[in-house]
Design a protein around this ligand. Structure first.
Ligand code: EPS
Length: 360
């Protein structure tokens, strides 16, 4: 399974193409739209979310609600594009400049991709960098993650992201009052994950590395921790590992889960637990020092409408990232062009090992 996305924040639409899904997986449009809505909500989100009504459209790979085993093409339209139709026109715009995005952005924001993007790609308008770097793009990830959750659901695996930040609302209120922004922590937990997803064979196969990569690839994420993560560094070996037990009800199991469900880059049958740290959003109403790229003079960074916090959105996005990577790993382990081949291989495997899925 692979995921490719495209789309700018104020362009016509966001696009996700998912390849490698088995044929015969039932997708529920309402479930995907519900995840898209969850991503839009959350304390501290920008007024942009009142403009958007994120909904999935399917252009290919699905017939009558079932996957065809062919590339699945999803889009989420940007309603706000109507205000940017000149500024973000894919083709040279016709007529006089109108609406938003008509003036070049030359004041890069510290913490955003603005300056590095403009340098790397030789851009005179920072907008050419920031539009794709924007976290708006995560809507496409959530749509694809929702599809991955449907596949994992066939194995009774569930994945849920939540905010791991005490007092988020108070922190948002305080930051908003002071016209500032905040970051925060989110946690994703996947339950009923069978042992044996991922591999120690190569770095690229290690599922912990893959989870870290997909989460670090998410806007504003600056840290990823698996299980007890950084805290493990301070412990003795005798305190840090999860002892192995067995009973007839559960088969082999652990009493503790400091490893976050991953040992040697492979799932070990316990919950997969991952935490992500998000930096404070870099678009500030009281901007930091910058330099005007056109004149070379000191200036203040671009001020644009933005969120005060997006930690609750990150929890939903991180859930989608983890779900997609787990589904990929499950597809590698169990194969299956047809959904029944995939679930059949899973059942035969679980029969072979001494691990018992939780009763349904
Ligand atoms: C974002 C800036 C804001 C956010 C946006 C990410 O958008 P705008 O500039 O249109 O107000 O709301 O996130 C979304 C639109 C979204 O759907 O998550 C940025 O600069 O990263």
């Amino acid at each position: 399974m692979e995921l490719v996305t495209a789309g700018e924040s104020h362009g016509p639409a966001l696009v996700a193409i998912v390849t490698g899904l088995p044929a015969g997986l039932v997708l529920d449009r309402e479930a995907i739209d519900a995840d898209l809505r969850r991503r839009q909500q959350g304390y501290g989100r920008s007024p942009r979310q009142q403009i958007e009504r994120d909904e999935v459209e399917v252009l290919a790979g699905l017939r009558h609600g079932r996957t065809l085993g062919t590339p699945l093409a999803l889009i989420v339209r940007n309603v706000d594009h109507k205000n940017w139709s000149w500024g973000m026109s894919p083709w040279p715009p016709a007529g006089e400049p109108a609406g938003k995005g008509t003036k070049a952005v030359t004041l890069p924001r510290p913490g955003h991709a603005d300056l590095a993007g403009a340098q790397k790609y030789g851009l005179s308008d920072v907008r050419d960098a920031l539009e794709r770097a924007s976290a708006r793009h995560t809507a496409a990830i959530v749509a694809a993650g929702s599809v991955a959750k449907a596949l994992l659901g066939e194995l009774d695996v569930s994945v849920r992201g939540s905010v791991a930040d005490a007092e988020l609302e108070r922190r948002v209120d305080e930051a908003r009052a002071e016209r500032d922004t905040i970051g925060g922590l989110a946690e994703v937990r996947a339950t009923n994950v069978p042992p044996g997803l991922g591999s120690y064979a190569t770095k690229a196969d290690r599922l912990d590395a893959r989870l870290a990569a997909t989460l670090m690839g998410t806007q504003a994420v600056k840290g990823v921790e698996i299980g007890d993560g950084f805290a493990l560094a301070a412990l003795r070996g005798s305190q840090a590992h999860d002892e192995i037990h067995r009973d007839d009800e559960r088969g082999l199991f652990r009493e503790t889960n400091r490893a976050g469900g991953l040992e040697g880059g492979i799932t070990n049958g316990e919950d997969v637990v991952v935490r992500v740290a998000m930096k404070p959003l870099p678009t500030l109403m009281q901007p930091l020092a910058s330099v005007d790229l056109q004149t070379g003079e000191p200036a203040h960074a671009l001020v644009e409408r933005s969120d005060t916090a997006a930690v609750e959105a990150l929890a939903v996005v991180a859930e989608a990232c983890v779900a997609f990577e787990l589904a990929r790993a499950a597809r590698e382990k169990f194969g299956g062009d047809a959904l029944g081949d995939f679930t059949g291989a899973y059942r035969a495997y679980v029969e072979r090992i001494d691990w018992h899925p939780r009763t349904r």
